[in-house]
Write a protein that binds this ligand. Structure first.
Ligand SMILES: [Zn+2]
Length: 186
């Protein structure tokens, strides 16, 4: 059985009521699943899932407690940020034509003949939804900045003295400049 097979929840044999699952997810999840466009390389995720089975439907509550490695928006150092939160998935069983979703429903429709649900893609999407827009992992500890000061000083220098001669340009500074000028335009 492959690593990802543990994310297939077989619900057909479950009794009605609450069922609890726990997953410890690390880098391997992101390596194995090869989600398109994934920029998460390193992660430590504790995921608890409460699955409630009722007649004709399942309600899955995903509770994430994670440390995800990101590049700092200010200095590009890689570091971990906490990513926590709760997401809910509702599964209903119906032939597609029988079911008319309301606008605000976030519901997955499965045919009544289905017996298992692969949650790997949902885990990945929810983690990305919970990631903060601004990522400054250096400042987690009481606003004490652990940013790479060498990088920031060079960035500040280039901002006040203009662009350095071409051969001096490090691609990382270029990336930083484009990030910071995007922010200024907001
Ligand atoms: Zn930083």
């Amino acid at each position: 059985m492959g690593y990802l097979s543990q994310f297939k929840i077989s619900f057909s044999g479950l009794s009605q009521g609450l069922h609890e699952y726990n997953y410890t997810i690390d880098d391997k999840f992101f390596e194995e699943a090869q989600f398109s466009g994934s920029d998460i390389k390193r992660a430590k995720i504790n995921l608890d899932i409460d699955l409630v089975k009722q007649s004709g439907m399942l309600t899955l509550t995903f509770k994430f407690e994670s440390q995800i490695q990101v590049s700092c928006d200010r200095c590009l150092n890689d570091n971990f940020i906490p990513v926590n939160g709760v997401q809910r998935l509702i599964v209903k069983f119906a032939e597609e034509r029988e079911y008319e979703p309301k606008d605000d429903d976030e519901v997955l429709i499965l045919a009544p003949s289905e017996t298992e649900l692969d949650i790997a893609q949902y885990v990945y999407e929810y983690i990305n939804l919970l990631m903060p827009y601004q990522r400054i992992p250096c400042e987690i500890l009481n606003d004490f900045s652990l940013c790479n000061q060498e990088v920031i000083e060079k960035l500040t220098h280039y901002q006040s003295h203009g662009t350095p001669a071409k051969e001096e340009i490090d691609p990382r500074w270029e990336a930083l400049k484009s990030i910071s000028s995007k922010k200024k335009n907001k």
